[in-house]
Design a protein around this ligand. Structure first.
Ligand code: GTP
Length: 308
């Protein structure tokens, strides 16, 4: 039997779903990538980077930990915000473990207390994670541990750095100890169930968010229109559209004589070639679609909030 079809699991095997929650920018996507040992989620300094809910699956001989990466919980300002909030709260239902990340570089605030209060309603086991451990000293970590412990009754309190990897195995151990005994849900060699088109669109969006942080925050959506693989050339030809809200944003993204979008294309292509294991031809176009973020049905059409 090919390995990918082998779902059998030994006695005592643990498996289950864990969702990562926390304020925007807390480091959720970075931690998912660190746990997986490779990039499956996009990260950026811009808050609310994560829009798609997806699963990353860590398989070891004695457990399978399925991570559901959620958009940050926050107070909504527009329809997109509401959609993200709803999806974050929904993610608390039907999971075995909720891991709440608190950025160790910031004092525990009312925002964290608000998220912890939402968590109190979930029946799942709860793990608190102080993130960005590499940026703080030991004394701060101890203070943060004490403050965080007050927020809710946690099963475990851990600290780690998704950037350096320090403490990441402790985090995995804490989560796994909370998982119930269960079957292998996914084939051992499958590490994400996110459709390729969605990952491709997200990788392109990450590059744009990084390049134009201040000029176009949140005002972009990326949709992959076409993806064709040629076995002969080992080449993926991808056509994607970048949607913006205003003409001015279109100008910024394209840049002088197309220089800016060319740079985005070069960077995205490098990542995509790694992701897909093929050569990539990437055709990016920019279109203006006024107020697309304000209309929740449009948001669904763009794929955000779907399948939640
Ligand atoms: N130094 C350091 N930086 C980190 C660490 N984890 C995350 N960051 C940075 O913090 C920023 C936000 O990280 P993300 O992983 O995108 O945060 P997120 O919680 O997924 O953000 P949203 O998608 O907005 O909810 C990025 O610039 C990361 O590079 C860490 O452990 N150490």
């Amino acid at each position: 039997m090919p390995q990918s079809l082998d779902f059998s699991s030994p006695e005592g095997f643990r498996s289950g779903f864990v969702t990562l929650v926390g304020r925007p920018n807390a480091g959720k996507s970075t931690l998912v990538n660190a746990v997986m040992g490779k990039k499956v989620a996009i990260t950026s300094n811009t808050v609310q980077t994560t829009r798609h809910r997806f699963r990353a699956v860590l398989s070891r001989p004695d457990f399978q930990m399925i991570m559901v990466d959620t958009p940050g919980l926050h107070k909504p300002h527009d329809a997109l915000g509401e959609e993200l909030n709803t999806s974050a709260l929904k993610a608390l239902e039907d999971v075995d473990v909720v891991a709440m990340l608190i950025d160790a570089t910031k004092p525990v605030g009312t925002g964290d207390a608000w998220v912890a209060a939402q968590l109190a309603r979930a029946r799942a086991r709860k793990v608190l994670v102080l993130s960005k451990l590499d940026l703080v000293d030991a004394q701060t970590v101890e203070k943060m541990r004490a403050a965080a412990a007050e927020l809710a009754p946690w099963d475990h309190v851990t600290a780690c750095s998704g950037a350096t990897g320090e403490g990441v195995e402790d985090f995995v151990g804490a989560v796994v100890s909370c998982l119930p005994e269960g079957p292998r849900w996914f084939p051992e060699d499958m590490d994400t169930d996110q459709p390729l088109e969605v990952m491709v669109a997200e990788f392109v969006r990450e590059k744009i968010l990084r390049s134009f942080r201040d000029e176009v925050p949140h005002a972009i959506g990326v949709r992959v229109e076409e993806m064709n693989y040629s076995r002969k050339k080992n080449l993926d030809s991808i056509r994607a559209i970048i949607y913006v809200e205003h003409d001015s944003q279109k100008g910024i993204i394209i840049g002088k004589r197309g220089a800016a979008i060319k740079q985005v294309g070069i960077e995205a292509r490098a990542d995509l070639e790694q992701l897909l294991g093929t050569r990539v031809y990437l055709d990016l176009n920019v279109k203006v679609k006024k107020n697309w973020r304000k209309d929740a049905s449009q948001i669904r059409r763009f794929g955000y909030g779907e399948g939640l």
